[in-house]
Design a protein around this ligand. Sequence first.
Ligand SMILES: Cc1cc2nc3c(=O)[nH]c(=O)nc-3n(C[C@H](O)[C@H](O)[C@H](O)COP(=O)(O)OP(=O)(O)OC[C@H]3O[C@@H](n4cnc5c(N)ncnc54)[C@H](O)[C@@H]3O)c2cc1C
Ligand code: SF4
Ligand code: SF4
Length: 435
Amino acid sequence: MGLIETSHSQATVLTDSLSLGEIVENGLCIGCGLCRSIADSGDVEMVMTPEGRERPVALRALDKPILARINAVCPGTRIAGPPPAQMNDATLTDTIWGPVERLVLGSAADPTVRFIGSGGGTLTALGQFLLTSGRVKFVLHVAASLSMPMRTERRLSFDAASVFEGAGSRYGPAATLVDFNDVLDRDEPFALIAKPCDITAVRNLARLDPRVDEHMRYALAFVCGGASDLTKSEQVLQRFGLREDELSLFRYRGHGNPGLNRIETKDGRAFEISYRQLWEDEDKWMIQPRCKICPDAIGQVADIAVSDAWLNGGPAVEDEPLNGIIVRTKRGRELFEAAVEAGVLQIKRESDIAEMSELQSHQVRKRRAVWARLTGMVIAGKPVPFVRELALRDCAAQNSPADNLAGGRGARDRAHRGRLGEPPAVPRGTVLGDP
Ligand SMILES: Cc1cc2nc3c(=O)[nH]c(=O)nc-3n(C[C@H](O)[C@H](O)[C@H](O)COP(=O)(O)OP(=O)(O)OC[C@H]3O[C@@H](n4cnc5c(N)ncnc54)[C@H](O)[C@@H]3O)c2cc1C
Ligand code: SF4
Ligand code: SF4
């Protein structure tokens, strides 16, 4: 399969379904868990691989219709942007940033939520407001596992306290959609707070399953620089000579903006490193392969996308708690303005595309780079996702032809060397020398 949009409105399509193994081994899987959820019970399980990624494994050969369904919903094989009608109706549209109803710098009004949240607590405050205002019955998001706090689990929150417990960015693997079919079976209105690719997956499913649009009232995303392998977190433990089974807490950030990466052990010890120390060496970010070709890390498919907003050029230890808030849909605008009106969110000031591009310059670079990368992969004979409505070619046109050529050649060469793929998914402990 080699699938890529050729312009804003056209696409070339070759549609042979990829097997789960092919999706994973070509570096397209992000471990959302949706395939497990829509396959027949017990046919697919998610495993933690030796590389520290949650990946699906088919326990028996999947029949063709199921595989076709998985290919239609998987955010590694199909990535659609906002529908054209939304683009046309939006207050503002930008080639890089997509549809925008309102662009604001702001945060949670409650000082505790503002402090505990990853940036300014906006997503947590919105999640709480969705419940307390009766707009939804529950919120699907993620939180640290109670038994293994370095791992991340999907959570259904029915009250504000539970949403609060999930505050904070979880950089490692997170299979948000692992039982999404059961979530739909609840037949109740809900909201999703998740990564842009999780929302892409759910929007894909909405084209096949009408229950998604019936029940999912809001989809809120954070602007996403990429999910890291669990091995990245394990390296932090190694720094301090700790084992995972000793932990009672593993917090990536929050409790300040960005706050410290804090680890606590069951026997009462505590360890901290700064956000800068955590991410100081780009070679050791251990970002998953799918993230490097992500066409929508800025959450164009969400009702509201929330980013960091470090006005001093980058994260220090204790910045002003603040988020960039990109309100994308009319529905999102109604929610955002109601939350401000109710005193749940506070606005520092209106922002604009130029400021957002400055605050998120890495996202701008990525939007401009993805078309060449995908093209290079296609030239190398590798499958790439079917991408549409995301203006990738228009973004690439903002680069010089020489830059696009270099980006495409680089991706082609890396793909030829197998550097864009990953090993077959196997559970940890089944390969000699595994962690
Ligand atoms: C992997 C990752 C990469 C990021 N990269 C960027 C970036 O490049 N630029 C940028 O501006 N911001 C990035 N962020 C987002 C940023 O860290 C803040 O989360 C965002 O600004 C929202 O802040 P907040 O205070 O409103 O969030 P909070 O109020 O703390 O709420 C965060 C919400 O996100 C959910 N969540 C956390 N981690 C995950 C996950 N892995 N999968 C699904 N849901 C999750 C939580 O359940 C919670 O509901 C990233 C976050 C993550 C997890
Ligand atoms: S990205 Fe999600 S749906 Fe696609 S193969 Fe991975 S876990 Fe399954
Ligand atoms: S960068 Fe893209 S693929 Fe990676 S976790 Fe973020 S939204 Fe998902």
